[in-house]
Design a protein around this ligand. Structure first.
Ligand code: NAD
Ligand code: L34
Length: 300
């Protein structure tokens, strides 16, 4: 049976560490780091995620507020909200919860956030810096995956890794760090040999690449995509995917991309859903926010 990589417990540990660091930072005369989460529309999952983020922020001493808007908010109005937060000296971090409803251009919205306040790492400048192995703000989910590999001491140097999913916010930044040179400037590289699979990877190829991998990271939102026969015995499997399903009893349940009950019998280590990468994403957002606050104070 695989070792269960408990993301919930690790996230709590990191949040406890941050809480102490933030308290020390306030004790030497700084104001609390501050975060603003913008949420547009009434998607229930998005509201749950933002609630988790605000709760985590307040728990570790970050001043945090949600700015809620109706789905009818126009792009122009959203850009004005972002502009005002960019100019607000009391705000260190700005997050626009995605997806945005309606006709709002997400790329335009992400690029409107001041790069130094972009705690999601979605601004073109931060994405470009990551691509070039420069110090930057890394998207929280990708950072969560890398932090889990490091803290659970999963060897990546020279190992074969497969990233299933190629989205710009999740799969790609994970693949970028996994394959990059650990000796480069930002210290985020993991020296793995990386294969990226996506919706047009033929099933038999996906199976072949996964079976050859020492580490599988999956971020597709396709429930039970990764089955036991696709996993090399002893491999590490990190499941980013989250799908809400309704059980026969009519209850809502979260499942990942991995056929967990079967894969756990083959893998060496595995993350559960819920309680895996999700809570770690929230913890990494807290880290990004504290770092943004520290950098902004240095520049003053
Ligand atoms: P997305 O829809 O932007 O991307 C999905 C990716 O999966 C695409 O690149 C697509 O090519 C690939 N894909 C789809 N079907 C596939 C298949 N059959 N085989 C191989 N690849 C396939 O989604 P995203 O934003 O990257 O999120 C992916 C999943 O991760 C979702 O379930 C999302 O809810 C979840 N997510 C979780 C966290 C977390 O913190 N745990 C954070 C972000 C996203
Ligand atoms: N801008 N939009 C922006 N930044 C992000 O980093 C996100 N994401 C994704 C959706 N949109 C975003 C998140 O934060 C998904 N995501 C996220 C955040 C938290 C959790 C999952 C995904 C999480 O806390 N998951 C818990 C269960 C939560 C529940 O009960 O629904 C878990 O244990 O997996």
């Amino acid at each position: 049976m695989a070792k269960i990589l408990d993301g919930k417990a690790l996230a709590q540990e990191i949040r406890d560490e941050l809480k102490i660091q933030i308290q020390n930072w306030i004790n030497i005369g700084n104001r609390a780091p501050s975060l603003r989460c913008i949420i547009v529309g009434d998607d229930p999952a998005s509201h749950t995620y933002v609630k988790n983020k605000i709760k985590a922020a307040l728990d570790c001493g970050i001043e945090a507020q949600t700015l809620k808007y109706e789905a009818t908010l126009s792009e122009e109005e959203l850009l004005k909200v972002i502009k005002d937060l960019n100019a607000d000296k009391n705000v260190d971090g700005i997050l626009i919860q995605l997806p945005l409803p309606g006709d709002i251009n997400e790329r335009k919205a992400c690029n409107a956030v001041a790069p130094e306040k972009d705690v999601d790492g979605f601004h073109i400048t931060n994405a470009g810096q990551l691509f070039l192995d420069m110090p930057t703000i890394v998207p929280a989910t990708a950072l969560a995956v890398i932090e889990m590999l490091k803290r659970f001491k999963i060897e990546t140097h020279g190992r074969n890794a497969v990233v299933v999913g190629r989205s710009k916010n999740v799969g790609m930044p994970i693949a970028v760090m996994l394959h990059s040179d650990a000796k480069h400037e930002n210290g985020l590289g993991m020296d793995a040999t990386v294969t990226i699979c996506h919706r047009y990877t033929p099933q038999e190829q996906l199976e072949m690449y996964c079976r050859n991998a020492d580490i599988i990271i999956t971020a597709t939102g396709v429930a039970k995509l990764i089955k036991a026969h696709m996993v090399k015995p002893g491999a590490t499997v990190l499941d980013v995917g989250i799908t809400r399903i309704t059980t026969a009893e009519g209850k809502t349940k979260l499942v990942g991309d991995v056929d967990y009950d079967e894969v756990i019998k083959v893998a060496g280590a595995i993350t559960p859903v819920p309680g895996g990468v999700g809570p770690m994403t929230v913890a990494m957002l807290m880290q990004n926010t504290f770092q943004a606050a520290q950098r902004s104070r240095k520049l003053q």
